[in-house]
Design a binder for this molecule. Structure first.
Ligand code: NAD
Length: 267
């Protein structure tokens, strides 16, 4: 195999959750560029922007196949129903758990100081960002086992590894929910546990991205950037390389790892 061929995903089938989100779209573009067919999973896929994204994928990669299914990962019933929707696929080679409960500044009981974070939001966050991944992995396992080169990639976060630095939030309405951190830390450990359990035929790794620039308040960005060695926040394309590495045979002796991609934020 030539060195470039080990990165090829030609004839492989990937499944990506949260596929129409910011990072989800970028992950799909990377996988498609490397030749993969893709199953895109999203809650409420019927937006104009998601329709356009899918249309453009199909247009740009004419010889590849793209399938799109709706699934609210917060619902165990919808997760169960996904099994039937995916019946026609015999095997899945790459399974990327990218969807997570991310919330907004206005989400009551979630993006608030600790005293105001509540059990409802804790449960909702854990359900989407951790429990659904356990459930979906079990549901898909027979299809994953049929692949000879299966790779599972779980998208965690630096907040699954490090505690928050509250000083960077000062003077903003931004916050850092305990449930998000607990779910992401749980996901890293689930990754390790699973790698010992489903090997040798399936590799399982996680990626912990640092903060991605999304027009956050200037005060926050400045304070955040100061903590990084590379003096900037991340952009979606910063994850192309690690996604391709972990998805492809280029990493066929890497499993059970959490790769932190944070520009040196946590060093
Ligand atoms: N943005 C960052 O700075 C950052 C940093 C570290 C880690 N991450 C992680 O990267 C991943 C992608 O996040 P993003 O920044 O692209 O945000 P995003 O909100 O654009 O993506 C999250 C995706 O998950 C989907 N989703 C949420 N709840 C769902 C549900 N109940 N059912 C099905 N889909 C659901 C959303 O619709 C969306 O497509 C997440 O796992 C996030 O935790 C992001």
């Amino acid at each position: 195999m030539t060195i470039l061929k080990i990165f090829s995903l030609k004839n492989k089938l990937s499944l990506v959750t949260g596929a129409y989100g910011y990072l989800g779209k970028q992950i799909c573009k990377t996988l498609a560029d490397a030749g993969s067919n893709i199953i895109l999973i999203e809650k409420g896929i019927e937006t104009n922007s998601s329709k356009l994204f899918l249309k453009n994928l199909k247009k740009k990669y004419r010889n590849q196949k793209f399938y799109s299914y709706s699934c609210n990962l917060a619902s165990s019933l919808e997760r169960k129903n996904l099994r039937f929707k995916l019946k026609k696929f015999n095997k899945i080679d790459i399974f990327i758990n990218n969807a997570a409960f991310t919330g907004k500044e206005t989400t009551k009981g979630y993006v608030e100081k600790f005293e105001k974070q509540n059990l409802k939001m804790w449960a909702e966050c854990l359900e989407v960002s951790l429990t659904a991944i356990f459930d979906l992995t079990q549901i898909l396992l027979p299809k994953l086992r049929k692949s000879k080169t299966c790779s599972i990639i779980n998208i965690s976060s630096i907040y699954g590894v490090y505690g928050p630095d509250w000083s960077i939030y000062q003077g903003t309405k931004m916050a850092n929910p305990a449930s998000y951190a607990a779910a992401k830390a749980g996901l890293i450990q689930f990754t390790k546990w699973l790698s010992k359990t489903v090997g040798p035929s399936i590799r399982v790794n996680s990626i912990s991205p640092g903060g991605i620039y999304r027009k956050q308040p200037r005060k926050f960005v400045n304070a955040y950037v100061k903590k990084t060695s590379l003096k900037r926040m991340a952009k979606e394309s910063d994850f192309d390389g690690i996604i391709l590495l972990l998805a492809s045979d280029a990493s066929n002796y890497i499993t059970g790892q959490n790769i932190i991609v944070d520009g040196g934020w946590g060093v």
